[in-house]
Design a protein around this ligand. Structure first.
Ligand SMILES: [Zn+2]
Length: 286
């Protein structure tokens, strides 16, 4: 899939956004899934002029590696550059949370820094906001951010992004706020009678920010018990369908391995078609 919401997510940070022409169809094919974010630094010299001197190389590549080399760039000013909606060669040999070779599974951010650990104040503010926004749009939690140094194979092959501590960034990303509103009205626990397909009906506020967050239970090691949401049918107070039936979206993956948010603006009730072997939670957001 070619991720269509990169610009929307980037704009929600409040920082300027530059769309690199052709970003919508740039990639080494599409993303297979969109499950997280990997952070990098560009390692371009501090003496290179401009806000994002690495733009040409991350877009078009270098003699030994064809571009795009990231999905998004982060300039010295905090400006976000939208480079590629498809698969970018940013992570190389990599492994993380059961994912293998993350290029077509995780979005890559190449932030402008020489790699000595120096960042502008704008970047230290914008980097976690951008990560938080991307994860929110993909319906994933901050644990789905990692630095290249955390995911590279073999371990120690990469050190980037130097000066950006993974735990620090996750904590900042979690606190970056949600412009849509994440007030949890109610948490409903669903206990399936068996692992077959069932429908759970939930009742919502009908507000413009109404959403459903489906939360598989976590095992002791922090990994989620997999479950499936094949579709959601949401209805407004006038009995007209609202939101989008996710099962009809191109590239929709019904398998949930972490919590996922479904926007159902204006919905007063929704039927969630699921299969799960174990109890799970649904947060109703307004
Ligand atoms: Zn890297």
């Amino acid at each position: 899939m070619y991720v269509p919401w990169l610009v929307d997510a980037a704009r929600s940070t409040g920082y300027p956004v530059v769309e690199v022409p052709g970003w919508q169809t740039r990639g080494h094919g599409g993303m297979r899934v969109v499950e997280g974010v990997v952070g990098h630094h560009t390692a371009t010299a501090d003496s290179a002029p401009g806000d994002y001197p690495s733009l040409d190389v991350v877009t078009n590549g270098r003699p030994d590696l064809a571009g795009p080399l990231c999905n998004l760039g982060l300039g010295r000013s905090g400006t976000v550059y939208i480079v590629a909606a498809g698969c970018a060669y940013h992570a190389g040999a990599s492994r993380w949370l059961g994912f293998l070779d993350l290029n077509d599974e995780f979005l890559g951010i190449e932030a402008e820094s020489a790699g000595a650990g120096s960042w502008t104040a704008a970047q230290l503010d914008a980097y976690p906001k951008l990560v938080g926004a991307l994860l929110r749009y993909m319906g994933r939690g901050v644990e789905r951010y990692a630095g290249h140094k955390d995911v590279c194979v073999p371990a120690g092959r990469k050190i980037d992004p130097v000066g950006i501590d993974t735990s620090w960034l996750r904590a900042r990303a979690a606190g970056a706020g949600n412009p849509v509103g994440v007030e949890i009205l109610e948490r409903v626990t669903i206990t399936p009678s068996d692992a077959g397909e069932h429908v759970a009906r939930v009742f919502l506020s009908g507000s413009p920010g109404s959403a459903i967050v489906v939360r598989p239970r976590l095992a002791g090691d922090g990994s989620a018990r997999p479950m499936w949401v094949s579709n959601i049918f949401a209805w407004g107070s006038d009995h007209v369908g609202v939101g989008r039936n996710p099962g009809q979206l191109p590239g929709y993956d019904p398998k949930l391995t972490s919590h996922r948010r479904y926007e159902v603006p204006g919905a007063v009730w929704a039927d969630i078609r699921y299969s799960a072997a174990e109890p799970f939670d649904i947060d109703l957001v307004g």
